[in-house]
Design a protein around this ligand. Structure first.
Ligand code: AMP
Ligand code: MG
Length: 336
């Protein structure tokens, strides 16, 4: 099993130091309940530019503005529809990002020149404290170089950015990025990115069906058109039915390469696969929640150790929708 370690949480003093850096126009990596964010003062254009250059992020891919109080929403967005308030009451603080009409005070660099803005109130204590102490909303994308798997541990940040960024320690509970819903046309709410909060739960609250726009064809969210989450190894995603034939084939074709198999299920299942094929095998988790939490850590860590990762699909239901969305974007090949 992919084991969870004990992680120390940043203390007040460290958070105060990070807040000071944010106020001075620097960039800081901070934990949220979803993944690590790379944040700067939303209203400081120069500081926000640093995020794009550190990540190598295309300037047409906007960031999410993080607030620590629901009352701060009007600082960021205008013409907020009733549905947004319903979602906020049900899911904030938490892993739900809402795209709304932008308040003109938000610099264009944050929203990539769009007239909409993505906003979220995270539930992670360290993130909330940081935003509070900084005294400004924090604009942040995930804390990874563009196109790489998102960071879910402080050590991932150091792996990616060395000592170029100040990092706050904290445990990540969810492991995949927030669900993103676009309410700029309240008559046709859109799901832009699946996450831990399921479409059904959102539909129940707003009383409307969500149109799913989570693929890369004709993207409604700029981020959708870019290559994403690619580990430093070749990732093959195989369905449960095709897993064994995929392993067999890769083992024959890639004699000189290091292959690792990642299965869904308990330790015993991983052991059986290991014994059957003689390849390193590990379980990503026994539940979809565990897989979500371990996903990026596995992609980053195994990306360094192996040439090929064969990852078993999970069902595209509930959180599985979010997991498969990431795996499919990251994969070199999907076998199902
Ligand atoms: P990240 O969390 O690193 O994936 O970055 C934020 C995500 O939110 C990206 O996929 C963006 O495309 C998306 N996003 C941010 N602002 C907007 C917006 N105004 N409209 C649509 N999508 C947005
Ligand atoms: Mg990202």
């Amino acid at each position: 099993m992919w084991v969870e370690e004990e992680i120390a949480e940043a203390n007040e003093e460290q958070i105060a130091k990070a807040a000071e850096l944010i106020r001075k126009g620097e960039v800081v990596a901070f934990p949220t309940e979803t993944v690590y964010g790379l944040g700067a003062n939303t209203f400081d254009e120069r500081a926000v530019r640093k995020i794009f250059s550190l990540k190598g992020r295309p300037l047409d891919n906007p960031l999410i503005v993080h607030i620590s109080k629901k009352e701060d929403l009007p600082l960021i967005a205008v013409d907020i529809p009733e549905q947004a308030y319903k979602l906020i009451d049900s899911f904030w603080p938490g892993p739900l990002t809402i795209v709304l009409k932008k308040n003109l005070t938000v610099p264009d660099i944050v929203t990539a020149g769009l007239d909409s803005v993505a906003v979220r109130m995270p539930s992670h204590k360290v993130a909330l404290k940081l935003i509070d102490l900084a005294g400004v909303p924090i604009a942040a994308p995930s804390a990874n170089p563009a196109g790489k798997p998102s960071a879910t541990k402080a050590e991932h940040i150091r792996h990616y950015f060395g000592d170029k960024v100040f990092v706050l320690e904290g445990k990540i509970k969810i492991g995949i990025e927030s669900t993103v819903v676009d309410l700029t046309s309240p008559l046709e709410p859109l799901l832009l990115r699946p996450g831990m909060i399921e479409p059904k739960a959102i539909e129940k609250v707003i009383g409307k069906r969500l149109v799913h726009c989570t693929g890369s064809e004709r993207p409604k969210s700029p981020g959708l058109k870019y290559q994403h989450y690619s580990p430093n190894a070749e990732l093959i995603v195989a369905s449960k039915e095709k897993l064994f034939s995929a392993i067999e084939k890769m083992r024959e074709e890639r004699l000189s390469q290091n292959i690792v198999v990642v299965v869904f299920g308990d330790q015993e299942r991983a052991l059986r696969v290991k014994e059957k094929f003689g390849l390193d095998t590990i379980s990503a988790g026994r539940t979809l929640e565990e897989v979500a939490r371990n996903l990026f850590d596995i992609l980053i860590t195994f990306g360094e150790k192996y040439d090929v990762i064969i990852f078993e699909s999970v069902e595209e239901e509930g959180v599985g929708l979010g997991i498969m969305n990431r795996l499919k974007k990251a994969a070199k090949q999907i076998i199902d």
